[in-house]
Design a protein around this ligand. Structure first.
Ligand code: ADP
Ligand code: MG
Ligand code: MG
Length: 886
């Protein structure tokens, strides 16, 4: 059976519909849908994306498709009563590309195809408008030369400008038929001279070449690059729409324009658009003339004095009003519509769901629900959860011009300006004295926490989306651009270099974390505001979702932010940050340098009250909600002093030689980042560390309870690989807990469990579950230890890993696309098999990523946990997961 390569659309007969975007492209599917609705759309046909893919194999349109194109063309001739390529009433086509998703880099539209030295005369005669016919012809030559012949049309453009100058006119519309006639001759001459090819005169040849050019443009470097950046598979292909022309350039009762059914920047319910009289195609956006407002509510400072379409062509405007409302109801979303008016008759040329700002997206979804155009669930599905991100962070004032220096990874959204500072202590000190700073580092480490906290934004030259800087910045809700590899950070000269320019400490820059931009100087920002719509919308999400959403928060301030954003507990409270604070670090180091248990315990006793106080503060904020606290995770060497000053200070404090400090430091240095002497293994060799932490947690809980706070502590043991590691620690720690309860005469309900972050732990989850009240999937480390990237990336990862012994910038792969998801799913099943009521959650970065949240929903986790600012995103993603998987 032969394949169907061509789908017709017209009021009379339409073969496609809106659901066929994959085959017909977005534009083609919607043209078909509008025709089926009986809307005034010029007839035409769509050559499918499959034909495009087929074309790529042989570099020609197959015979089958060709004959189907000719049949469809005949049908358009019949419907319009015009003939393509000749006759008294010539049929002209527009040839328009249309991929599934709108894609810059693809071929532009060619209008008026089918004109040559003869058909132009028939067109002039039939329309009684010579000027129009020659205007169309010169436009056609220019567009065709540009997009089909790949001709550099700047010469043609300047010829037009020269002609206008010679005629002493400003606008194309002031040129006469003779002017355009002359222009056509000159254009053809220039093209022949410059390209050595003569302009094709056979309309059929023009059509084949134009279709071929659209298909060919799918593989042009710009399109390939765009697909690469946006993860669009190359086997999608693009469709071609061939459509009868209607003419907005046939006189003063003609026009062309674009409109939005609602305001795309605020979401306000106001019909909004621009138009141009006696114009064609892209004239409106090309800035050739100032377009007029379609109605009063579309007036702005530049078009205030132009006549509105409503005043100028009331009948066509009334029809447009009727149609936009129909389209919006039908598509159940704000539409971006392209139209043309020929002789006072309105035609629709395109409709699509309009692009909009985050603020508008939210307002439109809520309004459409209250207008009963969409159901609540449909409204919830309308918003990409990531969009909420923009609503919660300060953003750059869009009205201020910005000079972008370079771009890195958009690691944590929001915008901030400040002076460049290259070290954390300095950042901290400057902040204390009221300066705004931006911390710029090669990469950050736990030691930089205070410096990061003191900064308006963070910029790093190395590291990926889950690098230390990225994770911590997101947790803090601070803008961060990470992995900005074009920057060289020179700590010696205290400067950064980028593209031959040098920025010194103290120079001002601005970071736009949502786009990854690094901008010169200070750009003013606008504060985020949580609107009434936001609250309404989120309450809908909460009614629908099953997954609970917690946050990753290490201190009372983050806990407070989490609550503000709707977190239902803390899924990960890291304790090591607490060890870095200035007044504690010496005691921590004393503990590390202890030669024997008693010495270590002595140092730990100093830390106990600090930790207890930390936890009391967090419990208070999280009154009534669970708080999952992870015991010490990193290897000890991370806490060692690095600068000579610090080493000296420690040596004095411990009353030893600086040399001894250095020797012990070297001894402690860990090579294996994940599996070495850290986490639960460190906890087993030095149980007194975890014992102190657990004592702090339980005592804090008891004290908080006495103060009237409802505490639900969860104690998490990190990096367990083998069930016995957890069994040993559980026994030691529970013995202590019992004793503390006894001493206090008070008991607290608590859970003790583990993070599943090593493949072996996931595989042996059934064994581990025997000793765990909960699993929390630490998918950051689990991803690294599984090499859990997509298969392609895994290959690259391994090469980088082995050749450079570094973890490369990790492309973010959602759980259901990677081996990590398999492990999570497996461990959940195994855990539940052994312990049906085991609590299951996720605390890695995946916990805030919508696709992974869908996975967590399907896998049956109890909750996801993410950084405070991502909590609303996770709430919405969890609701969408329910709706999607119904
Ligand atoms: P884009 O994808 O860049 O929007 P289109 O294929 O929509 O490109 O074409 C751009 C413009 O060309 C349209 O907005 C419309 O003004 C004009 N155009 C396209 N097809 C026709 C047609 N059949 N008749 C008149 N104008 C057309
Ligand atoms: Mg368009
Ligand atoms: Mg870990």
């Amino acid at each position: 059976m032969s394949n169907k390569w061509v789908y017709s659309f017209s009021k009379e007969r339409t073969e496609g519909n809106r659901s066929m975007k994959e085959l017909l492209g977005g534009k083609g599917a919607n043209l078909a849908e509008m025709c089926a609705l009986g809307l005034p759309v010029p007839p035409g046909f769509t050559v499918t994306t499959e034909a495009c893919i087929d074309y790529q194999k042989s570099n020609q349109i197959n015979e089958d498709a060709k004959s189907q194109i000719i049949t469809a063309l005949k049908e358009v001739e019949k419907i319009t009563g015009k003939t393509f390529g000749g006759g008294e009433n010539p049929l002209l086509f527009s040839v328009r590309s249309g991929a599934r998703a709108s894609m810059p880099g693809m071929m532009d539209t060619v209008l008026n195809l089918g004109l040559n030295d003869e058909t132009v005369l028939s067109l002039a005669k039939k329309s009684g408008n010579e000027r129009f016919a020659w205007d169309s012809y010169r436009r056609f030559i220019q567009m065709y030369a540009n997009v089909v012949m790949n001709f550099n049309i700047s010469i043609l453009e300047s010829t037009l400008e020269d002609l206008k100058e010679a005629r002493n006119v400003h606008l194309d519309t002031d040129l006469t038929a003779d002017d355009f006639k002359q222009l056509v001759q000159v254009y053809k001459q220039i093209i022949a001279n410059e390209s050595g090819q003569s302009f094709p005169t056979d309309p059929m040849e023009q059509l084949w070449k134009a279709i071929t050019a659209v298909f060919g443009s799918w593989m042009n470097p710009r399109a390939i690059k765009y697909r690469e950046l946006n993860n669009i598979p190359s086997d999608w292909g693009t469709a071609v729409n061939v459509q009868a022309m209607v003419f907005g350039n046939m006189g003063d009762d003609c026009a062309t324009g674009v409109c939005f059914t609602r305001d795309p920047s605020t979401g306000d319910k106001r019909f909004f658009g621009e138009y141009l009289v006696n114009a064609q195609g892209e004239d409106v956006v090309a800035g050739i003339r100032t377009p007029g407002p379609i109605n009063t509510s579309s007036k702005n400072d530049s078009n205030r004095n132009e006549k509105t379409l409503e005043e100028y062509m009331p009948k066509a405007f009334a029809e447009l009003t009727d149609l936009y409302q129909k389209l919006e109801k039908h598509y159940k979303d704000m539409q971006d519509i392209e139209f043309t008016i020929e002789g006072n008759v309105l035609y629709l040329l395109q409709t699509r769901n309009g692009k909009r700002t985050a603020q508008a997206a939210l307002k439109i979804a809520v309004d459409l629900e209250s207008e009963k155009i969409v159901t609540r669930e449909e409204a919830l599905m309308q918003l990409d959860p990531e969009v909420l991100n923009q609503l919660l962070h300060p953003r750059l004032d869009p009205n201020v011009k910005k000079k972008v220096i370079t771009k890195g990874l958009p690691a944590s959204p929001g915008a901030g300006s400040g002076m460049i500072v290259f070290n954390s202590e300095k950042a901290h000190a400057l902040n204390e004295t009221g300066h705004k700073v931006i911390l710029v580092r090669q990469e950050t480490s736990p030691e930089d926490i205070a410096g990061m906290a003191a900064s308006k934004a963070i910029l790093t030259a190395r590291g990926g989306m889950t690098s230390h800087a990225a994770v911590v910045a997101r947790g803090m809700g601070k803008p961060c651009v990470a992995g900005c590899s074009s920057i060289t950070v020179d700590y010696v000269k205290n400067e950064m270099r980028v593209d031959g320019r040098t920025f010194k400490e103290g120079d001002w820059i601005t970071i736009e974390g949502a786009t990854g931009e690094v901008i010169e100087g200070e750009v003013p920002t606008l504060d985020a505001e949580i609107s009434a719509e936001f609250a309404t919308f989120m309450s809908w999400a909460d009614e629908v979702r099953r997954l609970k959403v917690r946050s990753n928060a290490d201190n009372p301030e983050d806990a407070k932010t989490s609550i503000k954003f709707g977190a239902q507990g803390i899924g990960l409270c890291r304790t090591e940050h607490m060890f870095f604070e200035a007044e504690r670090i010496l005691a921590v180091r004393e503990m590390i340098f202890a030669e024997h248990t008693e010495q270590r315990e002595k140092a730990l006793v100093k830390l106990l009250p600090f930790q207890r106080k930390d936890f009391i503060g967090i419990f208070k904020e999280m009154d009534g909600l669970p708080v999952n606290i992870r015991l010490l995770d990193p290897p000890l060497h991370e806490f060692l002093p690095h600068t000579d000053e610090d080493k000296k200070e420690l040596a004095e404090y411990l009353d030893v030689e600086v040399k001894t400090v250095e020797e012990i430091g070297e001894r402690l240095h860990e090579f294996n980042p994940m599996l070495g002497h850290r986490g639960c293994r460190l906890g087993i060799t030095f149980p007194e560390i975890y014992r102190m932490q657990v004592r702090a947690i339980i005592e804090a809980a008891i004290e908080s309870k006495k103060a009237g706070v409802t505490v639900i502590p969860e104690i998490m043991i990190p990096l367990v690989a083998i069930d016995s590691e957890l069994a040993i620690l559980r026994e030691i720690l529970e013995k202590d807990i019992k004793q503390i309860f006894k001493d206090a005469g008070e008991e607290i309900k608590y859970k003790l469990g583990t993070m599943i972050e090593l493949p072996r732990a996931a595989i042996t989850a059934a064994e581990i579950a025997k000793h765990a009240d909960f699993f929390s999937f630490g998918t950051n480390d689990l991803t690294q230890t599984t090499f859990g990237l997509s298969r392609d990336d895994a290959g690259k990862f391994l090469t980088d890993y082995i050749s450079k012994s570094v973890v490369p910038n990790d492309p973010f792969v959602s759980l259901d696309q990677s081996g990590v998801g398999f492990l999570v799913d497996f461990a959940c099943k195994e855990g539940r098999r052994i312990k049906s009521d085991i609590s299951l959650g996720i605390c890695g970065e995946h916990g805030g990523e919508p696709k992974s949240i869908d996975f967590c929903h399907r896998t049956g986790l109890d909750y996801v946990s993410c950084s405070p600012y991502r909590v609303p995103i996770a709430r919405l993603a969890a609701a969408q997961a329910v709706i999607r998987n119904k």
